[in-house]
Design a protein around this ligand. Structure first.
Ligand code: ATP
Ligand code: MG
Length: 636
């Protein structure tokens, strides 16, 4: 048995001993009494009876050894700011924020919603909440009033922390009017609003409700706010899923299990060491941001970069496709974490830009959030010259469900595969209809996790245990397993391949085809930068595939003949790789594809437009114009 296979086996079969050992990566006030309590499946309680604190593990415990080391490096190419906080400075700022929260009546168990751009105060607020045992619920700053309002109603915060404005590509986006409107729309009203004024947009204040952070921070400049020791099972935060497939679910997470999962993932998966720098380009509004911008790197004693801005713009506001690599060079980033969607943006730029910087400090680039197609993976691997490590997870899992744990045992990645199940995750492939387990390689099934779920995994759906059980644990007949709602296949070496979501399957003349596989084939055409394939109802065949592509080089494509030629070429590529059955009925060139604000393709919405159906809830959509272009193309 390989070293990793044995490591994984112990995490499942020798669960308590394995995780008791991993629990030593964090600092406990009282050690755990029970390691894994699975007496009420499908609910799993980790490290019950142990008391700890996330903020203590992320900040205070490092003061003795690394008070003067960088902790938080804030870089905003939106407002041209670069500012570094040492662990000591971070400790001071978090206490000022914590004292401010307390002065507004916040105490253990209260909810605090954080609707903020990528500014240091957002991180201070998250850490201040966990410091005093309050439950934070971060809402992505790019959401508009409707999305925010539904999350306010669900989380029922006593306080909302926000700011005057965010900025995107140099354009100021006022937050305060959106927040006021969201509070107006919501049935639940927060008692107080705390506002960080960046001086970007004027704010109207509601007397008695709205408070200015600069003033309160000044009042609490010298505050000392001790960490509140909470039980390991105390809820640290709630966070909503991206809403790619429907109504977002309020994922609820614990304290001790989450801290242990993140602390252990740094050496085992990310190969990050104390004193090094972690650069995660996600947003604090997403789970990746919670785990690897804020808590993970800090728990591991690393410096973390908080980046506000586009990947293609420099600190001077000028176009600069190499800005990220210049930060890697400057801060000697050792671990970088991004998403395929961001790499595709960079891929449209000049690759020479990347070569101007010394990125030799990098050990690896981790990518997550959506399938990493081979052309994108190869392009960035060649450009950077470091291992590209795909990792597959969900808001629900809190940390990677599949990847390669190179810190346990070095193993090659395979293009197109996020790797193997991580320790703690007992992953199976099941037949969707019969619940039968598919053990031979090459068979496609639903990726599920057999409980008990590992530390860091969601506790439940916020205030809705019934939805947790029904949605996730009762979807496969005759089995009580956690469904990821993703298709997967395993090869003879045990590597998994994610084939898309269980609702992204089309049926052409009785043959079931994954839209993901067709997309993979389409994207191997050299002029395809991005692609979305959806199944559209067809009187004759049941469904046909429709492909929407963004060209790498759109020059000449305003000519109909050139578009037709490209369409023909793409069809031939698909024929060659998958056969004529999978060939899209049309391949249409668009400027951009409709995505969620987290960069995931909204196939559901594209399909609805193609079938002239109602698109449903689109509040999480990035760019409505993208859908309009598809509507116009389909109307022709
Ligand atoms: P919702 O659950 O509300 O529909 P969502 O599933 O998009 O939204 P997230 O939790 O942000 O919300 O995304 C998790 C999903 O993203 C996974 O279930 C999977 O479909 C996809 N995903 C994430 N990482 C990868 C990866 N490395 N390879 C393939 N797919 C991935
Ligand atoms: Mg999901």
């Amino acid at each position: 048995m390989s070293v990793y296979a044995e490591f994984h086996r112990r995490s499942i079969e020798d669960r308590d001993a394995f995780w008791a050992q991993q629990a030593e990566w964090i600092t406990w006030q009282t050690p755990p009494q029970t390691i894994c309590d699975h007496s009420q499946p499908p609910f799993t309680r980790w490290f019950a009876g142990g008391t700890t604190n996330l903020c203590h593990n992320a900040v205070d415990r490092h003061l003795a050894a690394r008070a003067d080391q960088d902790a938080l490096i804030f870089v905003s190419t939106e407002v041209g700011i670069e500012k570094t906080y040492t662990y000591r400075a971070l400790h001071d700022e978090v206490q000022r924020m914590a004292a401010t929260l307390q002065s507004l009546g916040i105490t253990t168990g209260d909810r605090v919603q954080i609707y903020m751009p990528m500014v240091p105060e957002a991180v201070f607020a998250m850490l201040a909440c966990t410091r005093i045992g309050a439950i934070h619920s971060v809402v992505f700053g790019g959401f508009a009033s409707g999305s925010l309002a539904s999350r306010i109603e669900d989380a029922e915060p006593k306080l909302i922390v926000s700011a005057d404005a965010g900025s995107r590509g140099g354009k100021v986006i006022p937050y305060k009017p959106l927040l006021d409107e969201a509070i107006r729309l919501s049935r639940h009203k927060p008692a107080a609003v705390l506002l960080v004024d960046r001086g970007l947009a004027p704010m109207e204040r509601v007397a008695g409700r709205d408070h200015d952070y600069a003033t309160l921070r000044q009042q609490h400049r010298d505050a000392q706010v001790p960490c509140v020791w909470v039980d390991a099972t105390h809820t640290s935060y709630t966070l909503y899923t991206s809403g790619t497939t429907g109504k977002p679910k309020g994922v609820q997470r614990d304290t001790g299990g989450y801290a242990v999962a993140l602390a252990a993932s740094l050496p085992h998966i990310f190969m990050g060491k104390p004193g090094e720098t972690f650069f995660c380009t996600s947003d604090i509004g997403w789970v990746v941001g919670h785990s690897y911008i804020v808590y993970g790197p800090l728990i591991g004693g690393m410096a973390t970069i908080l980046y506000e801005g586009l990947p293609t713009r420099g600190l001077d506001g000028e176009a600069n496709p190499a800005i990220w690599w210049s930060l890697v060079e400057k801060y000697k980033v050792s671990v970088m974490f991004s998403a395929p969607t961001a790499v595709r943006v960079l891929k449209k730029q000049d690759p020479a830009a990347l070569k101007q910087h010394d990125v030799s400090s990098l050990k690896a680039l981790f990518l997550a959030g959506e399938p990493l197609d081979e052309p994108t993976g190869r392009w960035i691997a060649d450009a950077l010259g470091v291992p590209i490590i795909d990792n597959y997870w969900q808001t629900e899992t809190g940390w990677p469900l599949m990847t390669i744990a190179n810190g346990v045992e070095k193993r090659a990645s395979k293009f197109g595969s996020p790797g193997v199940p991580m320790y703690g995750f007992d992953v199976r492939l099941l037949d969707e209809a019969t619940g039968e387990e598919l053990t031979e390689p090459g068979r496609k099934g639903v990726v599920v996790v057999q409980g008990p779920t590992p530390p860091g995994f969601m506790q439940t759906v916020w205030r809705d245990d019934a939805r947790f059980v029904k949605t996730y644990w009762q979807s496969i007949p005759g089995r009580e397993v956690y469904s990821t709602f993703d298709w997967g296949v395993r090869d003879a070496d045990g590597y998994y391949f994610i084939l898309g979501r269980t609702d992204d399957v089309i049926n052409v003349a009785g043959h079931r085809l994954g839209t993901r596989e067709i997309e993979e084939a389409v994207s191997s055409h050299p002029n395809v930068a991005e692609v979305a394939v959806v199944g559209v109802a067809d009187a004759l065949k049941g469904q046909v595939a429709m492909a929407f592509i963004v060209a790498r080089d759109a020059a000449g494509l305003d000519d109909a003949a050139a578009r037709l030629q490209l369409e023909g070429e793409v069809m031939r590529v698909v024929d060659g790789q998958l056969g004529a059955l999978a060939r899209p009925a049309r391949v249409l060139v668009v400027n951009t594809l409709p995505k969620t604000r987290s960069g995931k393709l909204l196939r559901r919405a594209i399909q609805a437009v193609c079938e002239q159906r109602d698109t449903g809830d689109l509040t999480t959509m990035e760019d409505p114009a993208a859908l309009e272009q598809i509507r116009a193309l389909m109307a022709r």
